[in-house]
Design a protein around this ligand. Structure first.
Ligand code: SAJ
Length: 473
């Protein structure tokens, strides 16, 4: 039996757990552990921006925005049972049998593949300072493949003097949370669990199995787990890019990409799959815009030579570029539409509908609307932004009054597929615009082209090669 197995055997089953980072990942994770183990510390830096969460959690209140079914009840329950407490006293880590860490890993510079691991490293150092023999350390953040067994292991060893994989267990168990279903996702999604060695994987399986209801554990090594997480988002980004490129082709070939999509999707049968996602005005959010670059960096720093077609760019990075091109394509469609109506950006008013990056959400992280907004402002247009869910974003004024936003608009540009825009009628916007040939640019295929063309609009839609060259009525 290995030294670590001996130590863990002597220690016995996991009883006390620590979770670092009281955010979208850490809070549901901590209270679900608190239901299954004796006690959970929820660690949170008492910083200006997020220290307030400690008191809220200890008063049984969720500090997270938006509806999270079951979360607040669970916080109240484990608080009343004395099984959960949030604290900024990281020294409590010395009391736990297992500690997980869910801290964001944004990219400083995607060009140079440089992630900002500052906060993550600080969290790992805190663990190292108070780490005891036989403890299980798990990273839940989305990280560059290789981080757990290299960067994290080195910091923990330096801070604690303990040997990873011999004196303590170390693993990666990536989160798959989604806003609005934080608790459900942890319970129902399969959970990838990867240790730096078998003993670490086994101990991590012991930690995560009890919180799963429908989900199954999928065990592998830590780097495979890191590749799985970054690749599952890279693949989604790639599938979206494949549809965005097809939409651009269909516009050029004057066909309706949605007819083609339906056609492709009709090919069914066992073993036949076509992941036809949906083309649109761009890809925003916190996951797909960065995880490709973590995967690319993983290959780059892996130390072994990658065999790849000579002088060819990564397919995955090219997919990112295609998705990031879509707001620029929206600008080009607007420019074409204005030209057809004998207008220019200068002196025009653009009604930009949709600031959130996702339909029917208030999440604005990395929204594609921002690039388009900056481009049209630079081109000399006046822009009014509407979003039913987003009340403000920095000092940008965002209206919730659609008619107000459209009044006097030379062009109406739809960036987000909020349900409020589905089947937007043509008559009122035409009247409100006050122009004989206003322009409508549909980035999410939510309006009926013929209705707007009939009202005298110049219509342009992503992938709508069948309508984009219509005669102006
Ligand atoms: N998008 C498209 N076409 C599509 C799907 C999405 O243009 O067919 C755009 C959206 O408009 C948005 C962006 O991509 O701007 C991201 O959309 P998303 O649905 O991927 O939403 P995210 O970023 O919240 O992705 C999360 C991820 N979940 C986790 O990381 C645990 C992702 O892995 C999930 O696949 C995704 O939710 C999901 O399926 O809802």
């Amino acid at each position: 039996m290995s030294k670590l197995s001996e130590i863990i055997k002597k220690k016995g089953p996991i009883r006390k757990v620590g979770v670092i980072g009281m955010g979208y990942v850490g809070i549901p994770s901590a209270v679900l552990f608190a239901e299954k183990f004796d006690f959970v510390w929820g660690f949170q830096r008492a910083s200006q921006s997020s220290g307030y969460k400690i008191e809220m959690l200890n008063n049984g209140i969720s500090p997270l925005k938006g509806e999270e079914p079951g979360l607040e009840d669970l916080i109240k329950k484990v608080r009343s049972q004395g099984r959960f407490e949030s604290t900024s006293d990281f020294s409590r880590i010395k009391d736990v049998d297992a500690v997980t860490l869910a801290i964001q890993t944004p990219f400083k510079d995607k060009g140079e593949l440089e992630p900002d691991f500052g906060a993550l490293e600080e969290g790992i150092r805190q663990i190292g300072k108070y780490l005891n023999e036989g403890v299980l350390v798990v990273l839940e953040s989305t990280i560059t493949p290789g981080t757990t067994k290299d960067l994290a292991a080195d910091i923990l060893k330096k801070e604690s003097g303990l040997i990873p994989g011999e004196d303590f267990a170390l693993a990666h168990a990536p989160e798959r949370v989604m806003v609005g279903r934080l608790i459900r996702n942890i319970q129902e999604h399969d959970r990838i669990v990867g240790g730096i060695n078998k003993e670490s994987t086994d101990r991590a399986v012991e930690l995560y199995s009890p919180v799963l209801t429908k989900g199954k554990i999928i065990a592998m090594d830590s780097t495979a787990a890191e590749v799985t997480k970054t690749a599952e988002n890279t693949f989604r980004d790639l599938q979206i890019a494949a549809m965005n490129e097809l939409a651009l082709y269909c516009e050029a070939m004057r066909v309706n990409v949605y007819d083609v999509r339906t056609g492709i999707d009709s090919l069914k049968g066992n073993g036949i799959t076509r992941a036809v996602l949906i083309p649109g005005a761009g890809v925003g959010g916190h996951c797909l815009t960065k995880d490709t670059y973590h995967l690319e960096r993983g290959v780059k720093i892996s130390g072994s030579k990658l065999d790849y077609p000579e002088n060819s760019e990564s397919l995955y990075v090219l997919a990112r570029k295609i998705n990031d091109f879509m707001p620029i394509h929206m600008y080009n469609l607007t420019q074409e539409g204005l030209k057809r109506a004998g207008k220019k950006f200068k002196g025009s008013k653009i009604a930009l509908l949709g600031w959130a990056f996702l339909n029917n959400s208030d999440d604005t992280r990395n929204t594609p609307s921002k690039l388009y907004y900056d481009m049209v402002i630079k081109a000399g247009a006046q822009v009014s932004v509407h979003d039913p869910y987003v009340l403000e974003d920095g000092n940008l004024k965002i209206s919730q009054d659609l008619e107000e936003c459209i009044k006097g608009a030379t062009a109406i540009v739809i960036f987000t597929g909020h349900k409020h825009y589905l089947n937007l009628k043509a008559t009122t916007p035409k009247k409100l615009s006050g122009h004989s040939h206003p322009i409508i640019i549909d980035g999410r295929n939510v309006v009926d082209p013929d209705a707007f063309i009939k009202e005298g609009f110049v219509y342009k839609g992503i992938g709508r090669g069948d309508k984009n060259y219509h005669p102006v009525i």
